[in-house]
Write a protein that binds this ligand. Sequence first.
Ligand SMILES: *Cc1c(COP(=O)(O)O)cnc(C)c1O
Length: 354
Amino acid sequence: MKKHNFSPGPCILPQEVMQKAADAVRELDGTGLSLIEISHRSPEFVAIMENARNLALELLGLEDKGYEALYLQGGASTQFLATAYNLLEKRAGYINTGTWSAKAIKEAKLFGEVVEVASSQDENYRYIPKDFAIPEGLDYLHLTTNNTIFGTQFKEIPQADTTLVADMSSDIFSREMDFSRFGLIYAGAQKNLGPAGATLVIVREDILGKVSRQIPSMLDYRMHISKDSMYNTPPVFAVYTAMLNLQWLKAQGGIPAIAEINEKKAKLLYSEIDLNPLFQGVAASEDRSHMNATFTLTEPELKERFDAMWKEAGINGLNGHRSVGGYRASMYNALSLESVGVLVDVMSDLERKA
Ligand SMILES: *Cc1c(COP(=O)(O)O)cnc(C)c1O
């Protein structure tokens, strides 16, 4: 039986995307060759890369606005340093909302001065800082729009008169936003876009070429742009599957349609967390993520019983991150409202039986 996969990443993808990806590994569209053995310079793969890049821009509403989409390797973790390498000349601002932001800060410090503009570390990142002052003269301001581990999400993107750079690994394509407010967006594919192995980078070209340092080719966005995201062999399987997933998203009605479903899923689960006395949310209510819901049991001795119950119901991937404990339900685009319903039923069952 297919599991209800609440895993934080690598994540659930739509069944039809999995099926088409599997088919292409056997044979790509009548070519007599597998997707993973054709040349990445073949017309077939060049078209796939172009399609994947265009779909990303189209779905984000960034076509013809000076942006380029790239599918790179090395994960979001490589983007922590690539962003600073390409953009940090003197001083950059970072909002520290969790483990991933902290890692981005650590890398950026290798390249220049980093101002930690705001932080929620004092409460183990259970909230999103608000009403903080942003200093003048920053090369850019970096934020993590969704904090996968702690279950918080920026509901409003801060106003800043500098370039906004965002790690959107765990909520890209999940909700509506004015994406044109950002100069650069990056996301490891394996949270909401596709399989691990590709990292989507969306960059507005006019912010590049302003630092004085030499940039090694593999980390240079301008190099990747000039080679149409094929400076070296791209991760062909990850790019193809991401393309299929974006086609699926477009057929669903794009971001507005999926955002509506994501909101329903989040409401269903959070209302159970709030109404059921056996559970308690971890993140501050107003900052709750629609993608990753973190919660704990109010009676820890029920853990064994609850764990057995959700596993019995075919649920996978519900354990919280070790730095938070408790539970984390990740509800990425491909997870259905029905699957969230199964989890909520288990939670109310526990209350009845306890
Ligand atoms: C998972 C995650 C990362 C790390 O991504 P990798 O692709 O494994 O390097 C970075 N940022 C956020 C917000 C994440 O959720």
